[in-house]
Design a protein around this ligand. Structure first.
Ligand code: LLP
Length: 437
């Protein structure tokens, strides 16, 4: 793919050397709204969802795509996906609360927590949210809470750990014997047998093997094993599953030269074997579920940031910007690549190699290492791409830097959807005891 086309897949283009995002001039945006700032392209969110939904529909109609809220929990973002008909995957009470505030109803939510507390279960049961358990030991506790609250038991599901995982970084691989998630094959039958004993009557099953998977063949081994487990449980216990959930993990090409995930291969490895299982075994007509976070959200957002310092220390060139790992944690946490481009490249002929660094007082505050960029000057602006997944949600106030604003672009209009935090917000919840006053 040509570089300009790659930019275009993200709603980005240069017009007279000035960067436009979702049809808006990025220099106008920074002038009006300041930096650093998260900018979301609403149309891109809708397109990504529609494209995936259409694809899955063409393979098997009875499906639900649950957006993984941990990737992006901004209310307006969730409202966009909700209006497209998406379902949601939540990992905490806070995410469920956020979904409710975004107008999402409980039957669209699957609650895949881990290390659930009694309070988590009470919250889920009271709010009629389906729970996807992560440990055998949690089953009786959940059943007890259904009894205590006198509520009818909803579908119960377990997260299976198929022992083969995949992902961009060791910390984003979520299957394997020594990984904390899910239950292993050896306990799977017992889990569903016990669930029946505790009076659960409807069943789902789930796996999520990791995050940032760009090669769909990485799903092959885990899926084979998972579907075998599904088959064994269904046969042994005569269970007809309401749904079979294959989790998220679908990656995106963060680098211009990377090939995107091939949905046809994904189908060959994941959807087709699922369909074959339905044909060959009498396991009912389960819904096909997936839980993509990144695939639906990453490319929809950029961060605009201002260069405040160009430093040549005689050995290396640094472009110091006002976004840091407080704004975007992924580069330091997972060594992740986020493409960085100038908002204005007018009259710039020479290219130089920079480390793009933030203002956080740590040497690891590097947003992009050894980046070839047109010669940069102080006061100019850069765009950090693909920040819509695990960008804002993982941002922090480290170094007492308030979190940024967010804006949403829709049909040539800009909507502010989050105010930047103020210094007061940083201190809001602190209490000074009398003896220190
Ligand atoms: N379902 C479950 C149960 C998950 O744990 C996750 C992600 C997803 C779905 C969505 O995964 P996705 O489709 O976005 O890959 N902070 C890391 C990613 C950690 C994801 C954890 N679980 C990052 O910035 O890459």
């Amino acid at each position: 793919m040509k570089y300009a086309d790659w930019l275009n897949t993200r709603g980005l283009e240069y017009r007279n050397d000035v960067l436009y995002f979702a049809g808006m001039n990025t220099l106008d945006i920074v002038e009006k709204y300041g930096t650093p700032i998260y900018v979301i392209n609403e149309q891109m969110v809708r397109e990504r969802y529609k494209k995936l939904k259409k694809f899955v529909n063409s393979e098997y109609k009875k499906n639900q795509i649950h957006f993984a809220v941990k990737a992006n929990s901004t209310l307006s973002f969730l409202r966009v996906l909700n209006s497209e008909g998406a379902s949601f995957d939540c990992t905490s009470q806070g995410e469920i609360f956020t979904c409710f505030k975004a107008g999402i109803s409980s039957e669209k939510i699957i609650y895949t927590g881990n290390m659930f507390t009694e309070d988590d279960f009470e919250f889920a049961v009271k709010n009629d949210v389906l729970v996807n358990l992560d440990s055998l030991s949690q089953l009786k506790r959940l059943a007890d809470i259904y009894e205590k609250l006198g509520k009818e038991k909803l579908t119960i599901s377990f997260r299976i750990n198929p022992e083969f995982g995949a992902g961009e970084h060791i910390h984003t691989i979520t299957a394997g014997k020594d990984v904390k998630f899910g239950i292993l094959e050896g306990q799977a039958i017992e889990a569903y047998r016990k669930a029946k004993e505790f009076g659960f009557e409807n069943f789902g099953i789930h796996q999520h093997i990791g995050s940032g998977i760009i090669n769909a063949y990485d799903y092959e081994k885990p899926t084979e094993k998972y579907l075998n487990i599904v088959k064994t449980i269904a046969k042994t216990l005569e269970i007809k599953f309401e749904f079979i959930d294959f989790g998220g993990g679908l990656g995106i090409p963060y680098q211009p030269k990377e090939k995107p995930l091939d949905l046809n291969v994904y189908s060959k490895i994941v959807i087709k074997p699922f369909l074959e299982l339905l044909k060959s075994e009498d396991i009912g007509e389960p819904e096909f579920k997936i839980e993509p976070g990144r695939y639906l959200s990453a490319e929809s957002s950029i961060i605009l940031t201002q260069i405040n310092t160009i430093k040549n220390n005689g050995y290396k060139l640094f472009a110091g910007v006002d976004a840091g790992f407080n704004t975007l944690l992924r580069p330091i946490l997972y060594d992740s690549y986020h493409h960085i481009i100038p908002c204005n490249k007018k009259g710039k002929e020479k290219s130089l190699t920079y480390d793009v660094v933030g203002p956080i007082c740590e040497s690891g505050d590097i947003l992009g290492k050894n980046r070839e960029l047109p010669e940069l000057n102080e006061k100019e602006f850069l765009a950090i791409l693909d920040a819509g997944a695990y960008g804002f949600t993982m941002s922090s106030t480290y170094n007492s830097r308030p979190r940024t604003a967010e804006i949403l672009i829709k049909d040539g209009h800009i909507h502010k959807i989050r105010e930047a935090e103020a210094y007061d917000d940083l201190l809001k919840k602190q209490i000074i005891p009398d003896h220190l006053k």
